[in-house]
Design a protein around this ligand. Structure first.
Ligand code: NOJ
Length: 533
């Protein structure tokens, strides 16, 4: 029996991008009252927790990942009192709340950064950030060669001549984690939200927070890296773990840890650090049986020694929508990133996304579901340039399509935009042809993506073998193009990634299938959950 304090080991967690979930006050922007009104929907879907993208006061230079005040709710989303009520009422539906913590940077409107600008070079206020003189005779060149993840230099010059570091947009100055104020402040922010009932935090850019204070140029293969995965970071998370465990119901720490080396990744999950971290190796894996088997095996192998559960993620607010990715013939790394305009077959993509849903919901550990994934929404690839807000698009002059295409407001009901979302126009326009994808329409159709997710999540709860636990590969079953594993003597999952139908094990009974069996065989790009004899 799972210790209820360890709910995170096997939870199904639904990611709420507040701005695009549901709009109660009719301004075309989602809000907390909108989420509140849809709690019954989320409860019926069968999720255990909600992860809210940043809901704080923010100028929205990066969709709220530019936080001006970690203790205030963005006025367009609601009030602190509403957030408290939402956390409490979600729990009445059996749903926990995870909030997003952004430790790497703040908004340039944050009090600390405004103080630093006003105080000038050499001031104590600038020590909380990375202010430096430039290179070149007049200091006209950036202090080093680091680039922003959103394109261009990672440095911006201020009128007094100094430069400040920002690994993301220029409106997101990086904090100096060597500074004691930075550590104390974040621990207080964690307490602030834990005291208000947050069951855990998702930690943004968790492996990038600490920098080499000498800020050396980045040279290929540098070890240690000047800003990624530095050893000092682990002390920060050890302190956070103690804080999380000081609560009668310990809070969970979930890291956004993008690291190519699985062994380095697992170091964040040692028993006195983070509880879980997103598994991006699985998310970026192409639709290929061998590659997926390897990703799953490696994931489980690196988690085992630290006794942390794995997580399974197919989508989030940074990644091209699943059905669009899986419909592309070329499923190289790019398939997971933010490339638009590559031809996609949405029918194929949807079939695969359905199979991938059953696969990820059957794997051992916790699973994340990004709003709209349960509706099979495609990426919106033709947003008019004037409406695009993502700094990734603007800082690359459009060379990178950015991430707004997966952030379009959800379609709830009706035949035309805004499809029951709320006010119109919505902050990003919805495609006119989404009528068939609304919650209302899919609720009437037992074959819909929504129906599949509802049934799968219900079964996942009732099958004691699912969620946290062990996996055994079904040896000798099918050929290399089939993924087959058991979670107990009586439960198996089989996924056919090959071109030919596959016979199911003799005497097995179908619990749930992502498509239709053909003469009792499992067709290509289809997954099935089985009761074994
Ligand atoms: C990762 C977040 O998921 C992404 O949306 C954001 O732009 C960056 N971190 C910077 O905060």
């Amino acid at each position: 029996m799972l210790n209820p304090h360890e709910w995170w080991r096997g939870a199904a967690i639904y990611q709420v991008y507040v701005r695009s979930f549901a709009d109660a006050d009719g301004d075309g922007v989602g809000d907390l009252a909108g989420v509140h009104s849809r709690l019954p929907y989320l409860a019926e879907l069968g999720v255990d927790a909600l992860w809210f993208n940043p809901w704080y006061a923010s100028p929205m230079a990066d969709g709220g990942y530019d936080v001006a005040d970690y203790r205030a709710i963005h006025p367009a989303f609601g009030t602190l009192a509403e957030a408290e009520r939402l956390i409490a009422e979600a729990l009445d539906h059996g749903i926990r709340t995870i909030i997003d913590i952004v430790p790497n940077h703040v908004s340039d409107q944050h009090r600390w950064f405004q103080e630093a600008l006003a105080a000038g070079p050499g001031s104590a206020a600038r020590e909380r950030f990375w202010f430096r003189e430039g290179r070149g005779e007049e200091g006209e060149l950036p202090p080093n060669n680091w680039t922003s993840q959103f394109g261009g230099s990672a440095w911006t010059r201020v009128p007094d001549g100094q430069w400040y570091l920002h690994r993301f947009a220029s409106a997101q100055p990086d904090l100096n984690w060597q500074h004691p104020d930075v550590r104390t402040e974040h621990e207080e922010v964690l307490r602030f939200w834990f005291d208000r009932g947050a069951a855990g935090v998702r930690i943004d850019s968790a492996a990038e927070v600490v920098k080499d204070p000498n800020l050396p140029d980045l040279v290929e293969g540098a070890d240690p890296h000047p800003y990624l995965d530095r050893d000092e970071i682990h002390d920060v998370y050890r302190a956070w773990r103690k804080l999380a465990e000081s609560y009668a119901q310990p809070r969970a720490l979930i890291g956004e840890v993008w690291l190519p080396d699985p062994e380095r990744f697992a170091r964040y999950l040692r028993p006195d650090e983070l509880h879980t971290a997103f598994n991006f190796g699985f998310l970026t894996c192409p639709w290929d049986a061998e590659r997926l088997r390897e990703a799953i095996t490696t994931t489980l192998a690196v988690h085992a020694p630290v006794r942390a559960p794995a997580t399974w993620v197919l989508a989030n607010h940074d990644i091209t929508r699943t059905v669009t990715r899986y419909g592309r013939a070329d499923t190289g790394f790019d398939f997971a990133a933010k490339a638009h305009g590559i031809p996609t077959d949405l029918e194929l993509g949807t079939r695969r996304a359905r199979a991938a849903a059953l696969l990820s919901l059957a794997l051992p550990g916790s699973v994340y579901l990004y709003q709209g994934e349960e509706l099979g929404l495609p990426e919106v690839e033709d947003l008019p340039v004037e409406v695009i807000e993502d700094p990734m698009f603007h800082r690359t002059d459009g060379a990178d399509p950015g991430r707004d295409g997966c952030r379009v407001p959800l379609p709830w009901s009706g035949d035309d935009p805004p499809f029951g979302f709320g006010g119109s126009p919505t902050w990003l326009p919805q495609p006119a042809d989404w009528a068939g994808l609304t919650v209302e329409r899919q609720s009437e159709d037992p074959q819909s993506m929504l129906a599949l997710y509802r049934t799968a999540l219900r079964l996942r709860r009732s099958e004691s073998a699912l969620g946290d636990g062990e996996l055994s590969w079904f040896d000798g079953y099918g050929d290399g193009e089939v993924l087959a594993f058991t979670r107990s003597e009586r439960f198996a999952c089989v996924v056919n990634l090959g071109a030919e139908p596959v016979q199911l094990p003799a005497g097995s009974r179908v619990l749930l299938c992502s498509g239709q069996l053909a003469d009792g065989a499992l067709p290509p790009d289809t997954a099935v959950w089985l009761r074994l004899p």
